[in-house]
Design a protein around this ligand. Structure first.
Ligand code: ATP
Length: 337
């Protein structure tokens, strides 16, 4: 079996606990992954290193796949968000967030299967033009959207839909009001959609999309949108399938991907052995797919569905009283260990 090195960044808060749980499960798969640990966030600062040490950047650069635990950005100390920095540094332009119902997780809806593809680099999150007037009475922020940025995220969404046999892509925008930025996104969407005749394209204004997602989520398949809208709507979608503890995400660039949980470092429950590692585990399944290892990816997803579906051990966020360790042990048993 060939060895496939991946970079692992445990992160901080609940990061170490859930990363450990995920590595235990991945090890049980015995599929050739080799874990190369790198530091970022709190653990790096504690060792007197930068928030994202140069060595960590080199690690990520070397490997196609990185599994990253949540990392807190220290507030008020002049640090830029680690997540944003990594996306920018490696040009990880596509943020892919699946929202897939897991039987056994109590939610308002069952059978949700929505894939949100969010532009990850531009728009109001591009970090351009933050201005606060001296008297504090006025604030400005610039939204930058480029044809190239729109084109590559839209191709990413449509080709993903095509590859996965999905029937429809909903292009979410606000071009009626934000005529320049959202207008460009919509214009490019129409051009790109015309190249994918077998995938239906629908256009939807973001406020309507938010309402439709709550009232009639089954009408959605793949959603593609700009940075801010995608950030908000993908959390909404996570809420539809049981909350942050179950929501994975991938940041994909031309040459590599960083796979993570959508949730943060949950400092309120850090060290308590009750964090739900499922989101990061499902992110690791996305990474296995990305590394062209569909069989172990499917085993991970099936194990999660069985354990949560049986309600054998659920962590408190899913209404149970199980610990992270007990849940992980159940997953191992499910995998035949
Ligand atoms: P950030 O700003 O880093 O996103 P946050 O505190 O706003 O941090 P989260 O860290 O995602 O957001 O936590 C939000 C809530 O969800 C917290 O109450 C936390 O305990 C809970 N939570 C987040 N992730 C998990 C998890 N994996 N398992 C259980 N509870 C979780």
């Amino acid at each position: 079996m060939s060895e496939i090195p991946i970079t692992v960044i445990p992160g901080d808060g609940i990061g170490e606990e859930i990363t450990q749980a995920v590595l235990t499960v991945l090890t049980a798969l015995d599929c050739g992954l080799v874990f190369e640990e790198a530091l970022a966030g709190g653990p790096a600062l504690k060792q007197g290193l930068d928030l994202i040490p140069e060595e960590t950047l080199q690690h990520i650069e070397r490997n196609r796949g990185t599994l990253k635990g949540p990392i807190t950005t220290p507030i008020g100390k002049g640090f830029t968000s680690v997540n944003v920095s990594l996306r920018q540094h490696f040009d990880l332009f596509a943020n892919v967030r699946p929202a897939l119902s897991i039987p056994g997780a109590t939610t308002r809806y069952s059978d949700i299967d929505i894939l949100v593809v969010r532009e990850n680099m531009e728009g109001l999150y591009s970090g351009v033009g933050h201005v606060r007037s001296e008297d504090g009475e006025r604030a400005e922020l610039t939204s930058v959207v480029t044809r190239n940025g729109c084109t590559r995220i839209l191709h990413h969404a449509f080709s993903l839909a095509q590859r996965l046999g999905r029937r429809k892509v909903t292009v979410v925008h606000k071009a009626n009001i934000m005529r320049s930025t959202s207008g460009l996104f919509l214009e490019v969407a129409r051009e790109v959609a015309s190249e994918y005749a077998d995938v239906e394209c629908e256009e939807m204004i973001v406020d309507n999309c938010a309402m439709q997602l709550v009232m009639n989520p089954h009408r959605f398949d793949v959603i593609v949108t700009t940075n801010l809208f995608g950030d908000v709507l993908s959390d909404l979608c996570a809420g539809l399938v049981g909350g942050l503890g179950l929501a994975p995400g991938a940041n994909i660039g031309e040459h590599r991907g960083i796979f993570e949980a959508v949730h943060g470092s949950a400092p309120d429950i850090a060290g308590c052995n009750i964090a739900n590692p499922t989101a990061l585990l499902l992110a690791s399944a996305m990474m296995l797919d990305y590394l062209e290892m569909p069989e172990p990816a499917a085993r991970v997803r099936t194990a999660v569905r069985h354990v949560i579906g049986d309600g054998r051990i659920l962590t408190p966020d899913l209404g149970g009283d199980g610990t992270t360790d007990q849940y992980t042990q159940c997953l191992l048993e499910e995998l035949g260990h």
